[in-house]
Design a binder for this molecule. Structure first.
Ligand code: HEC
Length: 144
């Protein structure tokens, strides 16, 4: 697209706001549909907000660190998985599943109780935060 046609498009948009707004919404919808991820539809996550929630907790929400440890990497017991450096999508999906009751039973019930009060924004923030932390997770390469 040439500079002139970009300028023309911008001008056209300025004069036909409603039509352009419609096109934009269509574009966003298409982009959303292209994300097959289970956490599609969550708002953008904010690392800082996630860090505060993880270390201090919030209204009706215990600090994640009280079980998963500092940065999610120092669980107080082997039954608590490490979270630091995990894929944001995986964390978000897990939290949605705990909250929705589809990941339940056994130890998952402990975590389901923690996830009950989380909003979509808080899930996105926590996922962004834990994904940003240096990981101690490993794959099974060289495992016995
Ligand atoms: C009371 C202890 C406790 C607290 C507090 C807690 N968790 Fe958990 N969490 C657990 C347990 C136990 C599991 C393992 C559950 C299972 O087997 O599915 C778990 C599992 C998880 C998993 C799944 C990890 C994986 O590898 O599949 C995520 C994600 C998670 N917790 C996030 C959080 C976040 C975010 C918070 C803070 C809002 C939090 N947890 C607070 C006990 C806790």
């Amino acid at each position: 697209m040439t500079k002139t046609s970009v300028t023309l498009l911008a001008l056209t948009c300025a004069f036909t706001l409603a039509a352009c707004g419609g096109n934009q919404a269509e574009g966003e919808h298409a982009a959303g549909a292209a994300q097959a991820s289970s956490s599609a539809g969550l708002p953008a996550g904010h690392i800082e907000a996630g860090m505060t929630l993880a270390s201090k907790g919030g209204t009706g929400i215990a600090a994640c660190a009280s079980c998963h440890g500092a940065e999610g990497n120092a669980p107080i017991d082997g039954m608590y998985p490490k979270l630091g450096g995990q894929y944001a999508d995986y964390i978000a999906h897990s939290l949605q599943a705990y909250r929705g009751g589809t990941r339940a039973g056994g130890n998952a019930d402990i975590m389901a109780a923690q996830a009950k009060a989380l909003s979509d924004q808080q899930i996105a923030d926590l996922a962004a935060y834990f994904a940003s932390v240096p990981t101690q997770l490993r794959d099974l390469q060289n495992a016995n």
